[in-house]
Design a protein around this ligand. Sequence first.
Ligand code: GDP
Length: 557
Amino acid sequence: TEPVSTTAAPDHEVGTADKSAKALAAEAGRRRTFAVISHPDAGKSTLTEALALHAKMIAEAGAVHGKAGRKSTVSDWMEMEKARGISVSSTALQFNYKSPETDPDEEPNVVNLVDTPGHSDFSEDTYRVLTAVDAAVMLIDAAKGLEPQTLKLFQVCKHRGIPVVTVINKWDRPGRSPLELLDEIQERIGLTPTPLYWPVGIAGDFRGLLRRGEDGAAQEYVRFTRTAGGAKIAPEEILDSAGAAARDGDAWETAVEESELLSASGQDHDQELFIAGQTSPVIFASAMLNFGVRQILDTLVALAPSPGARADVAGTERDVTDPFSAVVFKVQAGMDTAHRDRLAFMRVVSGVFERGMVVTHAQTGKPFATKYAQTVFGRERSTVDSAYPGDVVGLVNATALAPGHTLFTDKKVEFPPIPSFAPEHFSTLRAESAGKYKQFRRAVDQLDSEGVVQILRNDIRGDASPVMAAVGPMQFEVVAARMKAEFNVEARMEGLPYQLARRTDAESATELGRQRGVEVFTRSDGVMLALVSDKWRLQYIQKEHPELTLEPLVATA
Ligand code: GDP
């Protein structure tokens, strides 16, 4: 592995960025920050690569005319890409993109693609990432339709009010009928799909896309040509209706008819309803062949919201033009085993972030120096000098920072905490060797504050043996691995036979403690939780003891 430098680049001058409201509004306005979410195997990594490839080619072509300074960003990025290909584990991929549809004299858009973990055990991390984006691209496998993780993620987006662009992927392979796929989205999610690009050719015979106008009428035919292995951008040919009919007669006619059916059932794009989370623009694509990838980027640029104001705990909005503020949405450790470091990722909410700036950590009121700010791209890191609303910055060895925390300058602000998921898996945790108790205790506190798992305690088990609560059991493995790597503590864990957690209180605790299949704990945030073996046991207790407090935890998904 290549050495990764965590030393700061030569000090840059803080305070040189243009902080005028006009400059800030313009920088925020050209940004699009989104995440791709999907059930595993739907093609998230393939699409990420395709988007990056597409952006690179455009950026490369555009760089010649670009202003000085812009080009270096593009070529730095290309250097990284050349060196090791696009990493699928990148935290945030930033690139400039100039849509062929936007005014050639305008600055290019800045696209921030924030990565989400693929495995459902880490859905809480995905949820945290979704608090840091302004839109989501939901990928669906054309042959499989909606899958469990797709449904769950759609609900999270709905709950957060995040507009969703739906991409039906793998259209190059045999799959279901397009209308049937849309029906499934409508019926099972209650979101009205409004296709922008309709497939010409059935799944497995993907020829191109019919572009639907706002009124649903066919505007043009984008015909694709395959390239070897989809390694390059698929050449496009733009045809009008007459040209399309002459070229792909039957397939085109079918697409036109289907598109008319959609209009008849009111499935045309409506920007307000999309932003309100009631409709979702749909694009058919093949990430593997690079078909429809430009259309995804153009849709994000044209329709997805740019970074906007964010409400603080008191409900007051922090505008993008206000002084610097950011929210931490992810803490990642052990990304680089040689350094055993810990990175806290923040999304800039307002103002300009400049490396070297001293910011205030809202939760502790303490100053925090940002000399070591980085963008992280797979295992590669590069130093960030400035960042604007919507951008993602990694802060090195930011031990005090946890997901949901706020950083700011000048004008105090604290954003609402990120609600935690209701845990469904529980395990004991203790140090293999009693002599390591101090390190163990430190490790538990650290991992708890980062939100890796929830830590529960009660007097019977004692401090040396807390209980971990998680959404997925793989989170426990992360705890064990990090304890070993960062704190040199061998952890011993044992799963507990509880399936549910309910919020309770001190008055109910004594009686609950007498019940079979129940154990009462206090979580580190002070909330009392009753762990219950299963839902039948819970129902029984609720029936026998209606006076006891047993409330569902706020479920966010
Ligand atoms: P992820 O788990 O969502 O990141 O999915 P991947 O990007 O790893 O893709 C899963 C599998 O589907 C891989 O074998 C890909 O090559 C394949 N795949 C992804 N996109 C497409 C596509 O558009 N067409 C076809 N035929 N295969 C695809």
